[in-house]
Design a protein around this ligand. Structure first.
Ligand code: SAH
Ligand code: SF4
Length: 446
């Protein structure tokens, strides 16, 4: 979602004459788009700011200014603190208010040209009544053949470990027609695969256009988008198990363009921990959903998120997570050590798990997940799968594409195939990627 937001910020600033540069030291403005989900991510903000400050100082020596902005969830959660710790920051802007960047820049310009000088940074972290989506211009600088598209934001679930409901705000679904138009615009500019984004993307419940015709679920929306002729692939991320519904399952059964791959975070395989986390479902419920989806779409593969060392997690709880993983067999997964986040209920619990226990559990968990990932990749060797070619590879004559299951696929092929979905036979598999050969279509004698 931060990638999507960063691109939108670039689109917003383009009419003001800004273009993206690869060299931040020469930039008139630097925006740090930040993440607050774990401590490590938000701590990084301060070290990055220290580096950017040096560029700003250097430019000052040449009488040039550099506007430093901090955007994203750390800005939302720690805006005041950032301004205190890094008083050279000019703008703090939250994930739901970055559409105001052009006005904020105009204000900065006024301030810097006034007698009093720049003064204190501007803090823009309200959750505005208007939706930022109504203020974002159409994307112009499209590169590549795949794109993200935000359809839903915010979260009302309040899992006890998570900052998202506080930083991204309440759940909101964009109207279908706005999403459809954005998708058509992307496809016109060469995009062939769209990943629909949302914190709880399967909680999507939009209206067709502002307030009109309610009852649009994610499944119904995907069906509608699949009518765009040149759009070849649709994905969505991230789903919550509690929100999985029949429309979503049917979409996997019926819509060929919807990729047979689902990221469905469970966090823990222990019912006790799931309850403490406020996840509102059990491990068995999760397994039942997996079964239903496999029945609807037999070639579907799953990925998930896991947290180890949640406060109070015992060895038995952890073993339950390993059992669940054995049971499901994941094609890939993300796993994290529990990181206490300010203001969340879990961070206030007494029975925090010691760091070395978290580290040991994470290693064991990842060993199992990596084994499953490799086995899944190897199971594709000798099989035919469609690959969407995205770009040239590092070696001469090499192209890189994606399988339906999101692995990178390498092949010797002509650049004419970029943007095309091509049948390939997989010849080799490794932990993170596949190698394949393009299947030559047999000529049929008439
Ligand atoms: N809405 C999604 C998750 C969004 S956050 C869902 O409910 O599934 C992405 C992932 O970050 C989570 O799935 C979780 O595994 C991880 N995460 C969130 N807060 C965390 C914390 N405090 N410590 C460690 N990992 C965390
Ligand atoms: Fe965070 Fe996801 Fe839980 Fe919402 S549903 S609080 S985003 S983990």
């Amino acid at each position: 979602m931060n990638v999507y937001d960063s691109e939108r910020m670039a689109d917003l600033l383009k009419p003001l004459g800004f273009i993206i540069t690869e060299t931040p030291e020469a930039a008139d403005m630097v925006i740090l788009n930040t993440c607050h989900i774990r401590e490590k991510a938000s701590e990084k903000v301060y070290s990055e700011l220290g580096r950017i400050r040096e560029y700003k100082e250097e430019r000052k020596l040449n009488n040039q200014n550099m506007v430093i902005a901090v955007a994203g969830c750390t800005a939302q959660a720690e805006g005041e603190e950032i301004l205190k710790r890094a008083n050279y920051v000019d703008v703090i802007v939250g994930p739901q208010s970055y559409h105001r960047l052009p006005q904020i820049l105009a204000e900065i310009e006024r301030k810097t040209s006034s007698v009093k000088g720049a003064g204190r940074g501007i803090l823009e972290i309200d959750f505005p009544v208007e939706s930022k989506f109504d203020f974002l211009p159409e994307a112009t600088d499209i590169v590549g053949v795949t794109s993200f598209l935000s359809i839903q934001e915010g979260c009302d679930k309040f899992c006890h470990f998570c900052v998202v409901p506080y930083t991204r705000g309440a759940e909101y679904s964009r109207p279908v027609q706005d999403i459809y138009e954005e998708a058509c615009g992307l496809v016109e500019k060469g995009i062939r695969e769209i990943t629909l984004l949302g914190q709880n993307v399967n909680a999507y419940h939009g209206t067709f256009s502002n307030g009109q015709e309610e009852g649009w679920s994610l499944g119904k929306l995907i069906k509608y988008l699949s009518n765009i002729p040149e759009l070849q692939r649709i994905r969505y991320v991230t789903s919550h198990p509690v929100d999985v519904n029949q429309d979503q399952i049917n979409a996997h059964r019926d819509i060929e363009k919807l990729m047979p791959y689902l990221h469905l975070p469970i966090q823990s395989g222990s019912d006790r921990i799931l309850k403490l986390m406020n996840r509102k479902h059990t491990a068995v419920y999760y397994l039942e959903i997996i079964e239903k989806l496999r029945t609807a779409r037999p070639d579907i593969a799953f990925s998930s998120d896991f947290i180890v060392g949640y406060p109070g997690e015992t060895n038995t709880d952890f073993e339950d997570t390993l059992k669940l993983i054995e049971n499901v067999n994941f094609a890939s997964a993300y796993s994290f050590k529990y990181s206490p986040r300010p203001g969340t209920p879990a961070s206030m619990l007494d029975d925090q798990v010691p760091e070395e226990v978290k580290t040991e559990r994470l290693m064991r968990l990842q060993e199992l997940l990596f084994k499953q990932q490799l086995a899944f990749n190897e199971s594709l060797v000798g099989k035919r799968i469609p690959v969407l070619f995205e770009k040239t590879g590092r070696h001469e004559g090499q192209l890189v594409g994606r399988s339906p299951y999101l692995q990178s696929v390498y092949a010797e092929a002509s650049t004419r195939l970029i943007g095309k979905c091509v049948e390939m036979v997989i010849t080799k598999a490794s932990q993170n990627s596949l190698t394949g050969a393009v299947v030559i279509q047999e000529k049929i004698a008439v």
